[in-house]
Design a protein around this ligand. Structure first.
Ligand SMILES: Nc1ncnc2c1ncn2[C@@H]1O[C@H](COP(=O)(O)OP(=O)(O)OP(=O)(O)O)[C@@H](O)[C@H]1O
Ligand SMILES: [Mg+2]
Length: 253
């Protein structure tokens, strides 16, 4: 994926001027929706390294199944869904496309803020500007960037503990009215000792999305399938069903 160099330079300039980063280093990964770069932290910053996620522009974005995730998202509900922005978004007009630009990154930013403030294992959000998010870089003990969990080899005890901890996180998120919606061993980083959940542009509010239960089940099944390769874990389908009924009974908080 290519990022407009001028746009990238402007973002970097802003971050340097705000004494947040010293320099932009190598790209960590160029994904479907964004490119993530490693940055060295400014001497004034408490972070030695940071991750800068820059969203792909609207034209070249390929979010899978946009509509599924957009159902019930805040922007459509503002003003009872009757605002010009909400109408334009639904109609897909040019103005609507401009509104949509930035909504994915804004959504990821506000989700990160909420989850971090509530003590979930997510990168600390540091700054956001125009389709870019600067956050804590999740690293290994030697300072190298932590790889996705998908590459890890776990002991049976680790797999069991990790699955239990992740289900606990999923339930805490549900209590905050959030379902990740794309949880998988690729959106969880593992540094050999602990983990960090990333990539939140598609989170949904289970109160306003008819696919909520299905997305919750899929998130738990994805991590369950991975952990089950290394040891016996609780049945993911049962975990999800029980969690969903606790949510419906108002017992998740
Ligand atoms: N805070 C972070 N610390 C360390 N590495 C990170 C961080 N955020 C993202 N990464 C790395 O960048 C990759 C892409 O990030 P992310 O999943 O948020 O973007 P994406 O565009 O959705 O990518 P993909 O299409 O691969 O899911 C991650 O798989 C991870 O390797
Ligand atoms: Mg991802």
């Amino acid at each position: 994926m290519s990022i407009d160099t001028r746009e990238l330079n402007l973002i970097v300039q802003t971050l340097v001027e705000h004494h947040l980063i010293d320099d932009l280093c190598e790209p960590i990964k160029s994904g479907k929706e964004a490119t993530v770069f490693r940055c060295s932290g400014h001497s004034d910053s408490s972070h030695r390294q940071l991750a800068l996620k820059i969203y792909r522009d609207q034209e070249h974005r390929s979010f899978k199944n946009d509509a599924l995730y957009r159902e019930g998202s805040a922007i459509y509900r503002i003003g009872g869904g009757k605002t010009r922005a909400a109408r334009a978004l639904r109609a897909g007009t040019r103005f609507g496309k401009r509104v949509q630009e930035g909504t994915w990154s804004a959504h990821e930013w506000s989700t990160l803020e909420l989850l971090y403030a509530n003590g979930l294992r997510v990168p600390e959000p540091v700054y956001t500007t125009d389709g870019a998010i600067l956050m804590e870089l999740f690293a290994c003990a030697d300072g190298s960037v932590a790889p996705p969990l998908a590459r890890a080899r776990l002991s049976s005890d680790e797999a069991q503990a990790l699955f239990a901890a992740l289900c606990d996180d999923v339930e805490r998120m549900l209590g905050l009215h959030l379902i990740h919606g794309d949880l998988s061993p690729y959106n969880i980083l593992w540094n050999g000792e602990s983990y960090c959940i990333i990539d939140f542009p598609q989170t949904i509010d289970p109160r306003f999305n008819r696919s909520a239960r299905q997305l919750l089940e899929r998130d738990i099944a994805n991590v369950g399938r991975f952990c089950a390769r290394f040891g016996t874990i609780e049945e993911p389908g049962v975990v999800a069903a029980e969690m969903w009924s606790r949510f419906q009974l108002g017992e998740v908080c």
